[in-house]
Design a protein around this ligand. Structure first.
Ligand SMILES: Nc1ncnc2c1ncn2[C@@H]1O[C@H](COP(=O)(O)OS(=O)(=O)O)[C@@H](OP(=O)(O)O)[C@H]1O
Length: 820
C-alpha cells in the first residue's frame, strides 16, 4: 500500500464536565400516584390563546411527543361539546391562558366546572405576568390564592409533592442575581394549595412557581403554572403532571433505554478519522458509562467493510485496533461501500450485503443481532421493498431505525412501523454530524450543544421517549471527541436531575418493547413520497415522481349500490383508466383499510396505468373505519364518489349476495325477516350487522369528512344510476373536468338483464351474473322493518343533504315523508 503520511491531529480541548449543584443520594421514593377520573375518554382538551402562539405550540409539542390524543382549539365564545351520550370526552383540560379561564362567560364556566366536578377531570393552566403591571400582589378571582407577578427568583426547588415522578424532590438550582428574568409569577402558600415547585425571592420568602389546587374550595382540581415551558424544571413538572393526570402504574415507567449507534465506523475522510488513542478512549468511555450511568451500556458499531484501513498511517492503526477489540462492541452491518440503497435493485443489494458479510466473517466481527442500518436512511422510508428483501435474505434483519418516518420534522412526531417483518424504530437526533468535529467549530457555537444537554432538546429527548436511538459518526469520536463529551454530560445531567433509570438493551428487545407500548403504530401510514423533498431525494428506483400512477378518484361504494356498474361505465371514457382486476377480491383493489394495504405503495401503484382520471372502486371503503385516514394520508386531493341507495334495498341485496355465496350462517336463517329481529339468534347477529351497518350513511360519512372536504365528494342517487346511467355519467365526467363523451350511445337497456349494459360493436355487454341478480321481491313486512331500522339514519342523511344544498334522492324524500 502507498504510504499515507499522517495529518497533524488536533489536541482534545479541555472542557469541564457538568457537575450537579446538589447531592441527593437516597431519593425519597414516592410511590407514584395517579389521578383517577370517572372513566372519561383518554383524551385531552387544549384551549389555546391562538393556534399559533409559541407557548401553545410548545404545549402541543409535548402532548404529541407523549402520543396523547388531544383536541386543540383556540378560545372562542363556545366550549366544545364535553360529553357523549354515555361519558366524558376528556380526561384533562389544559387552558393556555389562565386569565381567559377566569374571565370565561359565566354559563361556559359553569358548564366546564360542572363537567370537571362530575367526571373528576383536572384543569392545568398557565399564568404569565402582565408587563408593566404595577399591581404586584393579586388575589386570584374566586379563590383564596394570592399571586405575585413580575418577580425575580434566586433559586428554584422541587418541593415534596406526589406529582413528581421524573423530577427529584429537593433538586434545586440557583439563579444568577443580576441578569435573571424578572417576570415570574409566584403563588403565596395557602392551606388548600400544595406547592410543587418553589422559588425563593430576595427577601427570603419561598413561593410556589407551580401549585396544585386540590379542589377543596370549589371541587375542581387544578395545577397552575406561573411560568411557561421554557424553564426545564417547569417543563419537567408539566410532564410529570401530565402523567399524573393521564397515566397509571402500567403506562408510566422510569426506565429509559438509550442506544448510541456509531453509524459507520470506517467511513470518513483522511485526517478526520479515529486513531488508536481514540479507540482506547472509546473503550474506556464505554466502561465508565456502564458502571456510572447506563446499565449494560454498549456502543453499537456499524460497518461498511470496503472502507476499512482507508485513512492515513495513524488512522489505519486505529481501524486495526478496533478490529482487535471487536468483541468489546456490538456490531451491525451497512452496505459494502456505504451504498445508497435507492439506486439499486435486489440483485445488486444482495451482492454488496453478502460482500460485507464476508468481510465480517474474515475479520471475526461478531454480528449478534439481526439489526441493520441503511446509509442515509435510504430504502427504509420511503420503503424500498427490494432492500427489505435483501436485508432479510443476507442478514435475516428484523429491526432497523430511521429519522424519516413519517417525516424528519417535527422530531417530536417520529414514529415506528412494521413492514414485511422488519420492525422500524424511530431514531432521535443528538446534534452530532459528520461535520461537527471540533468544540470550537460547532456551527452555532459550542454553547448550543451544552444548552441542549443541560435541560434542552437532547435532555428532553430522553425524558420523552422510552427508547432513544441516536446516530453518531466516527468523526465525533476523533480529535475533540465531541460525542464522548456529549453523552457523558447528558448522562450526568440526567442522573443529577431525574429519577430515571438509564439502560441499554439490544435493538431487537427494544423493537419488541416499542410495539408492545405503541401497538397502534404497527401498521404503517403510507404517504406520497413526492410531497416531501427529503423523501423524494431517496426514492427507490421503482417509484418515479413524474409518473406516479396514484388514483385521483375513489368510488367508495357502499356495497350493493351499483358501484360496479358505475365503474364499468366510467371506463368507457377514453381519458379514464381503472385498476387492472384483482383476483380474489371481486376485482377490487381494497387497499385502504384492508389486508392489501400491508403490501405497500409499490403494490398499489402497480395496479394502475396513467390517464387523466385514474380511479379504483372498492365498495368496501365506504364503511371501513380506517380507510378515510389511510386514503387521505396517501392521496389527500383525490375525489370521492358515494352512491346513495335506499339502505333498505341495499340490506336486502346484501342478504341475497350472502345467499348466492352460500354463506353458512345466512343459509341457516329461516327467512330474511328472522335476521331483522331486534335480537336475532347468535349465528345471525353478524349477518344482521353486515346488512344494516353499511346503510348508516351519515355515520360513515362523518369519518370521511374528518379527512376530506365536502367539495371533494360527489353523491350519486342509485336509482338514477340504475334507470338513467348515461345522465349520471355525463354529470360525473363534467365534475371530473373530463372532455364531453356521448355515454348514451355506448349504453343500452337490456330487457333480458333488466339493467343497462355497455354496447360494444352492436352487442350489449352486461355485468356478470352476480350484479343484477334474480331473486324474489322483498315482502312488505320486511321492508317496513328495515325502514324502521333506518328511520333515524335516513332523517340524518336528509338533514345533511339539505344543509349542504345537495340533491335529495327520491327514495329519501319519500322515506322521510312517510315517517313524518
Ligand atoms: N347496470 C347495472 N347492471 C347490474 N347491476 C346494476 C346495474 N345498475 C345498478 N345495479 C345494481 O348494482 C347492484 C350491485 O351493486 P355493487 O356493484 O355496488 O355491488 S358490490 O358491492 O360491488 O358487490 C345490483 O344489485 P342486485 O340487484 O342485488 O344484484 C344491481 O341492483
Amino acid at each position: 500500500e502507498p504510504y499515507k503520511p499522517p495529518k497533524p491531529r488536533k489536541r482534545p480541548k479541555p472542557v469541564e464536565n457538568y457537575t450537579c449543584p446538589f447531592e441527593i443520594n437516597d431519593i425519597p421514593k414516592n410511590p407514584p400516584i395517579f389521578h383517577k377520573n370517572n372513566g372519561t375518554d383518554a383524551k385531552i382538551l387544549v384551549i389555546l390563546d391562538s393556534l399559533f402562539s409559541r407557548h401553545g405550540k410548545s404545549i402541543i409539542q409535548v402532548l404529541n411527543s407523549q402520543k396523547f390524543a388531544f383536541k386543540a382549539e383556540a378560545v372562542s365564545k363556545n366550549l366544545p361539546v364535553l360529553t357523549t351520550a354515555r361519558k366524558g370526552r376528556y380526561s384533562l383540560i389544559i387552558v393556555e391562558n389562565y386569565y381567559k379561564y377566569l374571565n370565561m362567560a359565566r354559563w361556559n364556566r359553569q358548564l366546564l366546572d360542572k363537567y370537571c366536578k362530575e367526571y373528576k377531570v383536572p384543569v392545568f393552566s398557565f399564568i404569565s405576568s402582565k408587563p408593566n403591571d404595577q399591581l404586584k400582589r393579586i388575589r386570584i378571582k374566586g379563590s383564596s390564592l394570592w399571586m405575585w407577578q413580575n418577580q425575580r427568583i434566586q433559586s428554584l426547588t422541587a418541593t415534596p409533592s406526589p406529582i413528581h415522578k421524573i423530577s427529584k424532590i429537593g433538586a434545586s438550582r440557583q439563579f444568577p442575581p443580576a441578569n435573571s428574568p424578572s417576570d415570574w409569577v409566584l403563588f403565596e402558600s395557602a392551606p388548600n394549595f400544595e406547592p410543587i415547585l418553589t422559588g425563593t425571592v430576595k427577601s427570603g420568602y419561598e413561593r410556589a412557581v407551580v401549585v396544585r389546587d386540590k379542589g377543596r374550595e370549589d371541587g375542581v382540581e387544578r395545577i397552575l403554572f406561573g411560568r411557561n415551558l421554557t424553564d426545564f424544571q417547569v417543563k419537567m413538572v408539566f410532564l410529570d403532571s401530565l402523567w399524573w393526570a393521564m397515566g397509571d402504574e402500567k403506562s408510566v415507567s422510569m426506565d429509559r433505554f438509550i442506544q448510541v449507534d456509531i453509524d459507520d465506523v470506517f467511513v470518513g475522510a483522511q485526517g478526520t478519522r479515529i486513531v488508536e488513542e481514540d479507540v482506547r478512549q472509546l473503550i474506556t468511555a464505554q466502561h465508565e458509562f456502564q458502571s456510572k450511568y447506563v446499565e449494560n451500556f454498549q456502543f453499537m458499531l456499524g460497518f461498511s467493510g470496503s472502507y476499512f484501513r482507508n485513512g492515513d498511517e495513524l488512522e489505519d492503526r486505529g481501524d486495526e485496533l478496533l478490529i482487535e477489540n471487536a468483541k468489546n462492541f456490538v456490531w451491525f452491518p451497512h452496505m459494502w461501500r456505504h451504498n445508497h440503497a435507492h439506486e439499486h435493485n435486489f440483485t445488486y443489494l444482495e451482492a454488496i450485503m453478502a460482500q460485507n458479510r464476508l468481510f465480517a466473517q474474515n475479520m471475526k466481527i461478531p454480528v449478534d443481532y439481526p439489526y441493520a442500518i441503511a446509509p442515509q436512511h435510504d430504502g427504509v422510508f420511503p420503503v424500498h421493498e427490494q432492500m427489505f428483501e435483501a436485508w432479510k435474505k443476507v442478514w435475516n434483519v428484523s429491526a432497523t431505525a430511521t429519522e424519516e418516518y413519517p417525516h424528519f420534522k417535527p422530531s417530536t412526531h417520529r414514529k415506528g412501523f412494521i413492514h414485511s417483518g422488519i420492525h422500524v424504530l424511530p431514531r432521535q437526533t443528538c446534534g452530532l454530524y459528520t461535520h461537527t468535529q471540533l468544540f470550537d467549530e460547532y456551527p452555532e457555537g459550542f454553547e448550543k450543544v451544552q444548552k441542549s444537554i443541560q435541560g434542552g432538546d437532547l435532555f428532553f429527548t430522553i425524558l420523552m421517549n422510552p427508547i432513544s436511538i441516536f446516530m453518531t459518526h466516527q468523526q465525533n469520536y476523533a480529535h475533540d471527541r465531541m460525542a464522548l463529551y456529549t453523552f457523558e454530560n447528558l448522562f450526568r445531567f440526567l442522573k443529577c436531575w431525574t429519577n430515571l433509570s438509564l439502560k441499554w438493551q439490544d435493538p431487537i428487545k427494544s423493537a419488541q418493547l416499542y410495539f408492545e407500548k405503541f401497538p397502534e403504530e404497527k401498521t404503517p401510514v403510507w404517504t406520497n413520497p413526492c410531497q416531501d423533498p427529503r423523501h423524494q431525494a431517496i426514492l427507490p428506483p421503482t417509484l418515479n415522481c413524474t409518473n406516479m400512477t396514484l388514483p385521483n378518484l375513489l368510488i367508495l361504494g357502499p356495497q350493493k349500490t351499483g358501484s360496479t356498474a358505475l365503474a364499468n361505465f366510467l371506463t368507457l371514457h377514453p381519458n379514464v383508466s381503472q385498476n387492472s382486476p384483482i383476483p380474489g377480491s371481486f376485482e377490487e383493489v381494497q387497499f385502504f383499510g384492508g389486508a392489501n394495504y400491508l403490501k405497500g405503495i409499490d403494490w398499489y401503484l402497480s395496479n394502475f396505468q396513467n390517464a387523466s382520471i385514474i380511479f379504483e372502486k372498492s365498495a368496501t371503503y365506504f364503511d371501513n373505519p380506517v380507510a378515510p385516514k389511510q386514503a387521505s394520508s396517501l392521496i389527500p386531493n383525490t375525489k370521492l364518489v358515494v352512491i346513495l341507495q335506499n339502505p333498505t334495498q341495499r340490506a336486502y341485496s346484501w342478504f341475497q349476495h350472502l345467499l348466492a355465496h352460500k354463506d353458512p350462517s345466512a343459509l341457516t336463517a329461516a327467512s330474511f325477516s328472522e335476521i331483522l329481529e331486534e335480537n336475532p339468534p347468535e349465528t345471525l347477529r353478524k349477518i344482521r350487522q353486515r346488512c344494516i351497518s353499511g346503510g348508516r350513511y351519515v355515520h360513515h360519512l362523518g369519518k370521511w369528512l374528518e379527512h376530506f372536504s365536502l367539495a371533494q365528494i360527489m353523491f350519486i342517487d342509485a336509482d338514477e344510476l340504475r334507470d338513467e346511467p348515461a345522465r349520471v355519467l355525463t354529470a360525473l365526467a363534467k365534475w371530473l373536468d373530463l372532455p364531453d363523451f356521448p355515454f348514451e350511445t355506448h349504453l343500452r337497456y337490456s330487457p333480458s338483464k333488466g339493467f343497462h349494459c355497455r354496447l360494444i360493436e352492436g352487442k350489449t355487454k352486461c355485468l356478470g351474473e352476480s350484479k343484477g341478480r334474480k331473486y324474489p321481491k322483498m315482502s312488505d313486512v320486511e321492508r317496513e322493518k328495515l325502514d324502521k331500522i333506518f328511520g333515524l339514519d335516513n332523517s340524518a342523511l336528509y338533514k345533511f343533504l339539505r344543509k349542504n344544498r345537495l340533491k335529495i334522492p327520491n327514495w329519501l324524500e319519500e322515506s322521510v315523508r312517510i315517517r313524518a
